[in-house]
Design a protein around this ligand. Sequence first.
Ligand SMILES: *Cc1c(COP(=O)(O)O)cnc(C)c1O
Length: 479
Amino acid sequence: MQFISTRGGMEPVGFTDVLLTGLAPDGGLAVPASLPILSGADLEDLRPLPYAELAARVIGLYATDIPEPDLLTLTRAAYGQGRFPEPVVPVTGLDQVTDGLILVGLSEGPTMAFKDLAMQFLGQAIPYVLRRQDRVLNILGATSGDTGSAAEHAFKGQDGVSVFMLSPAGRMSAVQRAQMYSIADVNIHNIAVQGVFDDCQNLVKAINADQAFKSTYAIGAVNSINFGRIAAQIVYYVWAWLRVTDELPAAERSAYRVDVTVPSGNFGNVYAGHLAREMGLPLRRLIVATNENNVLDEFFRTGVYAPRASKDTLATSSPSMDISRASNLERFLWTLLGPDAFAQAWRRLEEDGRVDLSKHVAAMRERYGFVSASSSHKDRLTAIRVVHATAGRLIDPHTADGVTVALSLMQPGFPTLALETAKAAKFGETVAEALGAAPEPDDVLRALLEAEQHVETIGHNVDALRALIEQDALVPEKV
Ligand SMILES: *Cc1c(COP(=O)(O)O)cnc(C)c1O
């Protein structure tokens, strides 16, 4: 499988290359040059497999430059004991809430959010590729919470990789802070920046703009545009569809199409769903759910894509979706428009700050199955209350966004998978606001909150960051 850039300026490269690079050299995103197909018979072949084996088979359709037995070793380590319980992705009917609503549990991993499912794979696959190429990598990133902790838990203790993760001092939840700062492994470096998330991101950009520094210190990234993460996310769409069709007579399965609701920010999760659908998985509609930062909802309803500045991005009770420029949307626009029209549309977006694709709204809906809606803080509190009262289950505010939108757009006769993107305990304050009482932290959580924390605090100052990297980075000669 070869990958090309959405901007048309990259020689085709293989999966292991896109795994280690962020943006393509021309500034675009890597997209598969063609799509593998999953026929009904293929899906039946995959049905009996445990999650790790399914992951090796599905990711293997893209990672054709990793030998199959190696890939299976990587996915078994990523999704095995100690990292995920069994089942890795539980699929639970919520008929008590409404007929046909199904919760897909994507947050069973070590940091209680769906990002673990992709990041744990990278945590195995990237060190493997580095070993093969006799290289080291210093991962530099900025996080507002979920990505950073997922990355640190995936890469802690791995050879040949270190992580420098910037976070805004005092602006994450207690659980998010504890998940990151309690890590004691020497290859994990937590750096709290006196500022907001954007200040963290600006520091990362400043380091990345310094090519000489970047190559001396082998600086890389594992952000949401990494195609390795997308490939690993396709797996749970296949898994969830297989589980909801397990009990059906064999002859009826391939015609059983389900809707999926995806709480969205950077469009990474739902883009993986789009690829699964294009590969032939019987998904009917892909429902993009946003919070008050509803740029994506506006786009799918009107065809106008108008990203907002970070100063116009609201701080909501579903903070991991507080994004007003959805990086991965570029990949879908490239598919929707084709390379030439995409290039034109992108130029318009860069010049005018918005692009009107309203004549494609019908195709987005009918050809690709995309629909959308958004939720308010009040809606999410209601969803948390309703799911708790009827099904006895706690959901977090991101999942509550998806459930709100699912309930408003569901159609009789079509089951809807609502993706659970985080655990309620991770966002206990909002859950407490909804229910009147905070969920009791369990022993694991209590121990986590009490663990010693390791973090260095710096000002909004690139020289301070540079000094920390110079002091602690793995450098190629030393290995
Ligand atoms: C990252 C995140 C999202 C948004 O996912 P995207 O792939 O960026 O669209 C939703 N919910 C939670 C809990 C997240 O951490």
